[in-house]
Design a protein around this ligand. Structure first.
Ligand code: C2E
Ligand code: MG
Ligand code: MG
Length: 591
């Protein structure tokens, strides 16, 4: 009798044996059955081995080497070459006196050897050890080590099987794509212990949710939740009572995940994001369904909604975005980008003191695409450096050419995106653009927004100081729409503050509206910055800004952003604003 009883979960493993000797397979089967293994498949036909392996997917193969027709070596080779069977443990049965065969089998990827005639104790021991190792290996490759949740690979496979069963039963399945940003933020804020604790709590909550809502059936692998990466998880709930059940379920999942977690005496409240999709409505394959849920998550994040649902419209939009993203690649090199310029008018002299360069994309089919549509896309696609560099180079060339043509030395402001400052060589790009165009650094302004600087102070600071050292000015765009932290104003070497259009819009308005803008202007001045008001559309707004001592204004009242030739004509005229309403001039020039 075998002396080592195998651990019980291993006993349900499927074992297969290929040996042309029926006495041998019978004997091994008897030994293994006595040890408690119940699933044993044997064949005496080596030619059938490959098909049987693929059909039964055993967890272990016992393989004889010397057989008529196809040898064990050939079968071993086939197994190792087959993507699905590559990792199958194979115990080779050999006569102990044949070291050459052993060596060859080892080279072909045999896991272990068993000497013939077979000793029952040794057989059971080898089988058990191999299975234990296999299960351990399985855990390593299919499970997240921290939470014990399945990983994406295992989840994907199980989801496919689950969806097939749900389709056969005509049932609906919900899939949630979940982001818990705190899992990452905690680690980044150098508290890995708290990050691990939170991640584990999230994992347990997902398991409880799966139990609370899902059906569990016979022969079901039970994979319902997975950890996909540091901050992303997924949850599947099968056998939905009906499509109308999804929203309530999604809300319950969100609420459960948002419950505060007590850590070191403090309550940390996670802020989960959820994308919800449902099969078959939003996809019938695991891949399509996951894509729909991910898309809903991304869309939700983009629009600031913690819960969003997949829909055919969303899928179509995403397709359009993907297409546009692909077309954006190389747009600069193909000459499809354009710069429009909007004048910045100095209120004291009433002359054009500078221009803001605003990029547009001349799309071959869609016409002029505004930056709000393709700049965020270019950031997502990693193309913003390419676009940004083109903008800087073109703007410098244009403005230098205006001065050379006697149109005066105006300054030019370029907008930059976060990846250009963090991770890009912005200072180098700017310096080269100045050198190549001959434009003096004093005529170049870089516009940043508060949201770019947020959480990135140390990384930004050094880049901004380097840029500043070249003589280029820095401007804080859209001031008042972000966090408007006064510490940014103090910490960053800024020269200019741009009051956002949303504040200018309300002028002259109530006392409070005016007071707000006055405060911002005074604040800018007291920190030694010039202040620009954006989006000035009416004479009343202009009068008010003049009273509030604003330095520069920019807006449709004077001119919309215009093409380069049109801007040249504005500069050439450069008439006092009162004499010629520039808006009219510009409107004629843009056409
Ligand atoms: P922004 O830098 O705040 O630019 C001002 C935007 O307000 C421009 O929109 C301009 O056309 C618009 N605007 C100006 N005056 C008025 C007005 O009186 N009324 C109204 N309603 N709007 C006015 P645009 O050109 O569509 O640009 C939108 C945003 O796209 C810009 O906001 C900027 O953040 C971004 N952007 C533009 N060009 C670039 C670029 O080259 N690189 C990067 N990273 N971002 C850019
Ligand atoms: Mg700007
Ligand atoms: Mg702005």
């Amino acid at each position: 009798m075998p002396s080592v009883p195998p651990p019980s979960p291993l006993l349900s493993s499927t074992l297969m044996m290929v040996d042309d000797d029926p006495l041998m397979t019978d004997l091994v089967q008897t030994y293994l059955e006595e040890a408690g293994y119940t699933r044993f498949i044997a064949t005496q036909e080596p030619a059938d081995a490959a098909a049987l392996l693929r059909q039964h997917r055993p967890e272990l193969l016992l393989l004889d080497l010397v057989m008529p027709g196809i040898s064990g070596f050939e079968i071993l080779e086939q197994v190792r070459a087959d993507e699905a069977l590559r990792h199958l443990p194979v115990i080779v049965l050999t006569a102990a006196s044949d070291p050459a065969s052993k060596l060859r089998a080892l080279q072909l990827g045999a896991t272990d050897f068993l000497a013939k005639p077979v000793d029952p104790s040794e057989l059971v021991l080898r089988v058990r050890n191999t299975l234990v190792f296999r299960h351990y290996h399985e855990r390593l490759i299919h499970y997240d080590q921290l939470t014990g949740l399945p990983n994406g690979t295992l989840f994907g496979k199980s989801l496919q099987a689950l969806l097939a069963k749900a389709a056969a039963r005509d049932e609906r399945t919900a899939l949630f794509s979940i982001g818990v940003p705190e899992c990452r933020q905690l680690r980044e804020s150098l508290d890995p212990v708290a990050a691990e604790r939170l991640t584990t709590v999230v994992a347990r909550r997902l398991e409880r949710l799966a139990e609370r809502f899902g059906a569990r059936r016979e022969g079901d692998g039970g994979v319902r939740a997975a950890r996909l990466d540091e901050q992303h998880f997924t949850l599947v709930i099968d056998a939905l009572p009906g499509p109308q059940a999804l929203p309530a379920m999604a809300k319950a999942v969100l609420a459960a995940l948002a419950e505060p977690v007590r850590m070191r005496g403090l309550d940390v409240a996670p802020t989960p994001w959820l994308g919800a999709a449902m099969a078959p409505d939003d996809g019938t394959s695991a891949r399509a369904l996951c894509q729909s849920a991910d898309l809903a998550l991304t869309e939700g994040r983009r629009s600031g909604q913690s819960l969003s649902f997949a829909s055919p419209q969303l899928n179509a939009q995403s397709y359009q975005r993907t297409l546009l993203g692909a077309q954006l690649r190389g747009a600069a090199a193909r000459g499809e980008l354009r710069l429009h310029y909007q004048p910045k008018v100095d209120l004291a002299s009433r002359r054009i003191a500078g221009v803001e360069a605003l990029v547009r994309w001349q799309h071959p089919e869609r016409g002029l695409v505004p930056p709000a549509e393709f700049i965020p896309l270019s950031e997502e696609m990693g193309l913003v450096q390419e676009v940004g560099q083109w903008v800087i180079e073109q703007a410098c060339r244009d403005v230098a050419a205006w001065a050379a043509d006697g149109l005066g030395a105006v300054s030019v402001s370029v907008n930059v995106a976060k990846p250009q400052i963090i991770g890009g060589d912005l200072e180098g790009v700017l310096r080269r653009a100045l050198a190549d165009s001959g434009l003096p650094a004093a005529q170049l302004v870089v516009e940043l927004t508060e949201s770019m600087l947020m959480n990135e102070v140390p990384a930004c600071l050094s880049t901004l100081h380097e840029i500043k050292a070249t003589g280029i000015s820095l401007s804080l765009d859209d001031f008042g729409t972000g966090y408007s932290s006064l510490s940014y104003l103090k910490q960053f070497p800024l020269d200019e503050l741009k009051v956002d259009r949303s504040f200018v819009m309300d002028l002259p308005g109530t006392h409070a509206d005016t007071a707000l803008v006055r405060t911002v202007i005074d604040l800018g001045h007291s920190l030694g910055m010039r202040v620009v008001a954006e989006g000035v559309e009416t004479q009343a707004q202009l009068d008010c800004l003049q009273r509030l001592d604003c330095d520069l204004v920019q807006g449709f009242l004077f001119s919309r952003p215009v093409t380069e030739p049109a801007l040249r004509r504005l500069l050439a005229g450069d008439l006092p604003m009162a004499a010629t309403p520039m808006a009219v001039v510009a409107a004629q020039l843009t056409g």
